[in-house]
Design a binder for this molecule. Structure first.
Ligand SMILES: NC(=O)c1ccc[n+]([C@@H]2O[C@H](COP(=O)([O-])OP(=O)(O)OC[C@H]3O[C@@H](n4cnc5c(N)ncnc54)[C@H](OP(=O)(O)O)[C@@H]3O)[C@@H](O)[C@H]2O)c1
Ligand SMILES: [Zn+2]
Ligand SMILES: [Zn+2]
Length: 362
């Protein structure tokens, strides 16, 4: 019987001991007419997994499986899913969103990512059925077919997985900002999303400046293709790159200890800074209004991307062979715990991807 079906997962059972990842089972929601079920084969470890698992975004429920950079094979199709587009066994991806209302102004304008009734892949409640969502550190997942994407053949599952959230999140501000040949783009935070943003900005022909807290990642940034490097701890380096950037994508996981005015000094007058960070829910940004008005900076935010953006990104990634730097790790309790601890310490170059699902989830 469908209702007795269980999916296996690894996640947080107790927020006070969140780094002790544990196996559990849960009953999935019924497969809706528009839904697709997939058997997971790879899942990236996004910075958001850490925020969600450690309680930065509240402690809504346990057990909680995170993971929203998911690649897998289609194992079931709802009655109304377009069977010319999706077939059993297809390789598909799911990102940070698994549904939206489909009716509101935002959805109808292709801004499903901003829908107020959006369903997040994890730590979210599906308003349709009350299901508390569980992510991709699991044997299977069900998602609305509008948020499931065919993966181009030329992209390896372990390498494409991080694009499903981190990749689109870094790419979207470049798209919105009209980045093209010769644009001057800065990327703050050389982490999972930051390194993918550098790769995409280079693929679009931009001149890229990587901006990190220290010069520890300078060599990697150069290997990723960055043309310039600024360590924010080094005031001289900041000064020598003043007013050189049209757009800065702010990808660091926190700005509570950053001097944002100082980072903005890298922008030309009229330049844009887009924050994609999703820090602890109580974190505030500190900005000096005078600094913004005198320089006419535009400050904004950006959330993942719409389904159309994700499709476009995947096509571009295949064409340009965008390859995030991944460290693959077999999924099991010990490895998930270890990877989370390493993420907290910043010990990642630059995205962990969980693999070996077949071995662990029988
Ligand atoms: N907008 C969206 O839709 C969306 C989607 C996914 C994720 N996110 C958010 O984006 C952020 C980055 O995610 P990620 O996967 O790239 O994480 P990540 O791999 O952990 O990288 C974050 C980077 O931020 C910098 N950093 C770390 N701790 C910091 C601190 N205390 N203060 C200042 N900088 C710090 C580090 O860069 P340096 O060492 O170079 O300084 C680090 O590499 C997270 O907040 C995540 O939740 C947003
Ligand atoms: Zn909507
Ligand atoms: Zn993410």
């Amino acid at each position: 019987m469908e209702t007795e079906l269980k999916f296996d997962a690894i996640g947080v059972l107790d927020f006070d001991h969140w780094t002790d990842a544990k196996k559990f089972s849960y009953s999935p929601p019924l497969l809706g007419a528009e839904d697709i079920e997939l058997k997971v084969e790879a899942c990236g470890v996004c910075g958001s997994d850490i925020h969600a698992a450690n309680g930065d975004w509240g402690r809504a429920y346990t057990p909680l499986a995170v993971g929203h950079e998911i690649i897998g094979k289609v194992t079931a199709l709802g009655d109304n899913v377009d069977k010319t587009k999706f077939h059993l066994g297809d390789r598909v991806g799911v990102g940070a969103q698994i549904n939206s209302c489909g009716d509101c102004v935002r959805c109808s304008r292709g801004r499903q990512q901003n829908c107020k009734d959006s369903t997040g892949t994890y730590l979210s409640v599906d308003k349709k059925n009350g299901f508390e969502t569980q992510g991709g550190y699991a044997s299977r997942i069900r998602a609305n077919s509008g948020f499931v994407f065919r993966i181009p053949d030329g992209l390896d599952s372990n390498i494409v997985a991080p694009l499903m959230c981190g990749g689109i999140t870094g790419f979207k501000p470049l798209l919105t900002g009209g980045v093209k040949e010769g644009s001057k783009v800065g990327v703050v935070g050389v982490g999972g999303i930051g390194h993918m943003t550098i790769l995409f900005a280079k693929a679009l022909g931009a001149e890229v400046t990587a901006i990190s807290r220290s010069d520890r990642k300078k060599e990697d940034a150069e290997k990723l293709g960055a043309d310039h490097f600024v360590a924010t701890a080094d005031k001289e380096s900041l000064k020598s790159h003043a007013e050189t950037l049209d757009l800065i994508v702010m990808t660091a996981s926190s700005f509570s200890e950053s001097d944002i005015d100082q980072t903005l000094s890298l922008l030309v007058a009229g330049g844009r800074a887009i924050f994609i960070t999703a820090p602890p829910s109580n974190e505030k940004l500190t900005l000096t209004p005078f600094n913004m008005l005198l320089n006419e900076y535009h400050i904004g935010g950006s959330a993942i991307g719409s389904p159309q953006d994700i499709e476009y990104m995947l096509k571009l990634a295949a064409e340009k062979q965008i390859k995030p730097w991944v460290q693959t790790v077999d999924i099991n309790e010990e490895n998930v715990s270890d990877v989370w601890k390493k993420m907290v310490k910043g010990d990642v170059r630059y995205r962990y991807v969980l693999t070996g699902y077949d071995k662990y989830f029988k």
